[in-house]
Ligand binder design. Structure first.
Ligand SMILES: Cc1cc2nc3c(=O)[nH]c(=O)nc-3n(C[C@H](O)[C@H](O)[C@H](O)COP(=O)(O)OP(=O)(O)OC[C@H]3O[C@@H](n4cnc5c(N)ncnc54)[C@H](O)[C@@H]3O)c2cc1C
Length: 222
């Protein structure tokens, strides 16, 4: 295992071989991806069969937090100390080249390898808060507090960000010179990630004004 704070992609398993110039070793780039994304895909093997399961994520320092029901197959297996991989991708643009072959995507992508540890006590309580603040920013103070039964029913795992890699693609089409005169539009189509207009729950019994932080959400996260 590498130490927290070491450069990314420093192990044999996380060194990029294909298009290595897209590798980013800066740990801040990993944090930026994890702090932007809401969902990661967790890969693990059960009885020789690989599975990949989407879950909500949040970062706390040098750990990635995952949470789920105690009854979940995924969380039972992961809390048993098995190795997993978590993949997190933010899609930034379609890159439209003059040929299908050269067309591609711009993205920010991270992969973390390791064995998650189950959190308990104060660490679990803090992780609940970190997850809520990441997934529902500005909302924690006004929500009904999580009760003891809900805490008991939930497994929270922390995956150390010790062994990780980041690959970022940010470019215009890489057409060959001889294709540049081909009579077709070429360029990038940015992909925006933003929240839409809030729709009130029909079961809301009191007429609540829309909080300021919810108006801010619609400004979007990238
Ligand atoms: C955006 C998003 C965020 C989520 N966040 C969380 C979270 O934070 N915590 C959490 O516990 N769960 C979350 N889920 C649900 C999660 O993907 C799993 O369904 C859940 O964790 C149960 O996993 P399991 O291995 O116990 O499921 P099981 O029911 O045991 O899985 C059995 C089989 O069902 C299928 N399956 C299970 N989940 C999915 C799926 N999501 N899509 C398609 N097929 C599936 C697969 O074939 C799987 O092998 C999220 C799902 C999505 C799409």
């Amino acid at each position: 295992m590498t130490q927290s704070g070491t450069p990314l992609g420093d192990t044999k398993r996380t060194t990029l071989h294909r298009v290595p110039h897209k590798e980013v070793k800066d740990r801040a780039a990993l944090y930026a991806i994890l702090d932007t994304a809401l969902v990661g895909h967790v890969g693990f093997v059960q009885d020789e069969q690989p599975f990949v399961i989407p879950v909500a994520i949040a970062r706390d320092g040098d750990s990635l937090l995952l949470h789920g029901s105690k009854a979940s197959r995924l969380f039972k297996i992961l809390s048993g100390g098995v190795s997993c991989a978590v993949s997190v991708t933010i899609l930034d643009a379609l890159v439209l080249a003059r040929s299908a072959f050269e067309s591609s995507m711009n993205y920010r992508s991270a992969m973390i390898l390791g064995r998650p540890e189950e959190l308990d006590g104060d660490a679990k309580e803090r992780a609940f808060e970190m997850l809520t603040d990441h997934l529902l920013p500005g909302r924690r103070e006004s929500l009904r507090p999580t009760n003891a039964q809900e805490v008991k029913q939930t497994t929270i795992l922390a995956l150390p960000l010790d062994e990780a890699s980041v690959k970022i693609s940010s470019k215009f089409p890489a057409d060959d010179e001889e294709d540049l005169a081909w009579p077709v539009w070429a360029g990038n189509i940015p992909i925006e990630h933003r929240y839409g207009v809030p729709i009130p729950d029909p079961r809301m019994t009191v007429d609540h004004p829309l909080p300021v932080y919810l108006k801010e959400w619609s400004e979007g996260r990238t």
